[in-house]
Design a protein around this ligand. Structure first.
Ligand code: ZN
Length: 447
């Protein structure tokens, strides 16, 4: 067998450790790994670089179809490629997948529109638990569930949530649950609107810690009692993570998703930045020690993995309307792996942890492993070459998302993504995407 590609002399990093090895690729898959240096049609010198598994970002909204004035698949997946992400799982609230026909339509619409491989999630709908089994067998990666009505998607109360989780337990399907208690957020909204407030500082009062922890607790308890599998989305503070860990210790099959904004952004930034910090749950960290605790929870596995929750709007869109009406959400695909690499450079994580939390664990959770999220013989050759000591400053003008800005503008980070390969094909080099549109649909664990 002649190899198509040999990535030679790099430090191969997996969750288990690192070794200087050569990685050989044939037909889009990893064919050999070791210290031998077999012949290949192309050879890339990776000495001095880390070879990491391609990022697997399982909470991404590319708004396509739905709200393409905010983002689309070509732009969003160009951002992914440059940032070292080779697999995403996408769902958009503007055009939710609720039936098998919706899934097939979206799959065919996206043919030739993606630069990275992609799974698609369905939206759970109160009263539609009967649709779960069919969607799961058809290949959705997970079911997105809201506990509060948000982004136009109706919330599940405890009865609807239990019915949904029962259906997923029967099918062995997995859910990603947005946890904020509807009665608490609705009551806070009434009070805040009644007092006439329109200042951005209302956000943490509207979407407070109690609302999140109450919904997470109900979700975790039902997941355990029903025997379902679920992930609590965007855990914003340690109390939620600790509660989920207790339920996990009691047998709940429960993941806890982290996102960079709950580590790096501070609760009080909303006063200065207004709508550019409108996302929910909002930022909770107040101090550097709050941030350090979140990294410790990630390192220990209490937080199971990382996602961007990429939900972009442009600066113009974020400026249109008052704080109540403007879109929730932040862009994040451009920056998630860079800020994780930087956290490794700052000693909060190891690069092995980065391979675990942003590749292996999300791939396992959503049925994409062992093909994705792994550097091993037989896996797809989704590889990222990283200069661990390279430095850059994150800046709005370098973002490839249609959003065109980042909440991390001006932040200096250490750790540069030098090259990204999708199934052995170079899809980004030194900050430039190669718009190959080679991305393929990936079925989830039920297909
Ligand atoms: Zn989201």
């Amino acid at each position: 067998m002649t190899l198509d590609l040999l990535i030679a002399g790099g430090m191969v990093v997996t969750p288990d450790g690192r070794r200087r090895q050569n990685v050989g690729v044939a037909d889009g898959r990893i064919a050999v790994i070791g210290t031998d240096r077999p012949a290949a049609r192309r050879e890339v010198d990776a000495s001095g670089l880390l070879v990491l598994p391609g990022g697997v970002d399982t909470h991404v909204h590319l708004m396509d179809p739905g709200s393409t004035e905010r983002e689309d698949f070509p732009t969003g997946t160009a951002a992914a490629a440059v940032a070292g992400v080779t697999t995403i799982v996408e769902h958009s609230h503007g055009a939710p997948v609720r039936t098998v026909a919706d899934l097939r339509d979206k799959q065919s619409y996206l043919t030739g529109r993606s630069n990275v491989d992609f799974g698609l999630a369905a939206h759970a709908w109160p009263g539609a638990a009967g649709d779960v089994a069919g969607l799961w067998r058809a290949g959705v990666a997970f079911f997105k569930v809201f506990t509060c009505t948000t982004h136009g998607i109706p919330g599940h109360d405890a009865a609807a949530l239990r019915a949904h989780l029962n259906a997923t337990a029967l099918a062995d399907a997995v859910s990603l649950v947005h946890c904020e208690d509807e009665s608490l957020t609705a009551d806070a909204e009434r009070l805040l609107r009644g007092s006439g407030r329109t200042d951005p500082g209302l956000l943490p009062d509207w979407r407070d810690r109690d609302a999140e922890v109450v919904a997470a607790a109900v979700t975790a308890l039902l997941v355990r009692r029903v025997g379902a599998r679920a992930v609590v989305a965007h855990v914003s503070h340690p109390e939620v993570a600790d509660y989920l860990a207790r339920e996990r210790a009691g047998g709940a099959r429960l993941g806890a998703e982290g996102c960079p904004q709950y580590f790096l952004l501070r609760e009080d930034e909303v006063h200065e930045h207004g709508a550019l910090r409108k996302f929910t749950p909002p930022a909770r960290a107040r101090t550097d020690s709050d941030e350090a605790l979140m990294w410790r929870l990630l390192r220990s596995g209490t937080l199971s993995h990382m996602s961007s929750d990429h939900a972009p709007s442009t600066l113009e869109q974020k400026a249109a309307g008052d704080i109540w009406n403007v879109h929730f959400g932040l862009p994040g695909l451009d920056t998630t792996l860079p800020v994780l690499l930087d956290a490794a450079a700052r000693g909060h994580l190891s690069h092995e942890d980065v391979a675990r939390v942003y590749a292996e664990t999300p791939a396992r959770t959503y049925g994409l492993y062992p093909r994705k999220g792994r550097i091993g013989v037989g896996a797809d050759a989704d590889l990222v070459l990283v200069d661990p000591g390279g430095r850059r400053t994150l800046a709005n003008e370098n973002m490839l998302s249609k959003a065109g800005w980042t909440p991390y503008h001006g932040r200096a980070v250490t750790g540069l993504v030098v090259r990204t390969y999708l199934r052995g094909v170079l899809i980004a080099e030194e900050g430039e995407p190669i718009d190959a549109r080679e991305g393929r649909f990936l079925s989830g664990g039920g297909a």
